[in-house]
Ligand binder design. Structure first.
Ligand code: HSE
Length: 307
């Protein structure tokens, strides 16, 4: 029997300036999945622990992503999927992406890698489409490729893996309110001014250059979003205060993780990331909201085999 247990990582999409195109992969936050090849054709979700998600493969993001893969696969295969959710749905750190990306990565591995990583991104995007109504790739690409990724183009799909400076550490705060990606997308205006676009693409270029040259100051200056953050941050309690204290404690930058409500702060070194975590914990401790805080290095590998 061909069976594999994997770690399916959480991810931070957008990274302030790169709405729908930039993302990075986390190391210590993620789901576990057990994928088994079966002689019985079709996709079955046999177990879900840790979340109330559909067992019907056609309504489950992992099921839909694997079905898309099997449709292109030159052969017959059956797949049984067990999902152990640790990432909360609607948290903004790529919960649906972890399930979609983890499932297609594991099935591809068990089938002896008939598909290339960028083809897996396209299959996993089908899961994102089911989850949010939009097939964005900025969570599934870093989950599959690891590190920082850029979606250079959606049509045709062109994914670029960027460089990961060793010292970058993420601090994430997840206030326990649910912000659906579809709702967070519906508050966004469809048009931007040329002035905003100039500001934003300057930052995208700056961030990518800063990653490749390991210029932490440039990374910090470029973590700025003049388009989406002003519209979405009103959905997130204490956003401004969290950002203020994170920067005061030395974070390079701070913004909304994906579509929220999680907030990320990127720091140089674990000591700064820990100080940032403590400061934002104090901001949220004054509210009535429950929250989780994660500190994670960047995972340059993506999905990992556990056993
Ligand atoms: N780019 C997507 C959005 C990511 O911001 O809507 C969702 O996690």
């Amino acid at each position: 029997m061909k069976r594999i247990k994997i770690f399916a990582p959480a991810t931070v999409a957008n990274l302030s300036c790169g709405f729908d195109v930039l993302g990075c992969c986390l190391d210590t936050v993620g789901d576990e999945m057990i994928i088994t090849l079966s002689s019985k054709p079709g996709v079955r979700i046999t177990k879900i622990q840790g979340a109330d998600l559909p067992l019907d493969a056609k309504k489950n993001v992992a099921g839909v992503a694997v079905e898309a893969l099997l449709l292109k696969y030159n052969g017959t295969a059956g797949v049984d999927i067990e999902i152990y959710k640790k990432i909360k749905a609607g948290s903004g750190i790529g919960s649906s992406a972890a399930s979609s990306a983890g499932a297609v990565w594991a099935v591809n591995h068990l089938l002896n890698n008939p598909f290339l990583p960028h083809e897996l991104v396209a299959f996993a995007m089908q899961g994102e489409k089911l989850a949010s109504g939009n097939a964005h790739a900025d969570n599934v690409a870093p989950a599959l490729l690891g590190g920082f990724t850029l979606v250079r183009s959606y049509d045709p799909l062109d994914i670029v893996k960027l460089h990961t400076p060793q010292d970058l550490v993420m601090t994430i705060i997840h206030p326990q309110i649910e912000v659906k990606t579809s709702d967070a997308r519906s508050v966004i205006k469809q048009n931007v001014t040329l002035k905003q676009a100039i500001h934003q693409w300057g930052n995208v270029g700056g961030l990518i250059s800063g990653l490749f040259t390991e210029d932490y100051e440039l990374i910090g200056r470029s973590l700025e979003d003049v388009i989406i953050e002003p519209m979405r941050s009103i959905l997130i309690p204490e956003f401004k205060n969290v950002k203020k204290v994170a920067i005061q404690q030395g974070a390079l930058g701070c913004g909304i993780s994906g579509s929220g409500p999680s907030i990320f702060a990127l720091s140089k070194g674990i000591d700064t990331a820990t100080k940032v975590a403590e400061a934002i914990r104090q901001v949220y401790a004054k509210t009535a909201l429950d929250f989780d805080i994660h500190i994670s290095k960047i995972n340059n590998q993506g999905v990992k085999i556990i056993s």
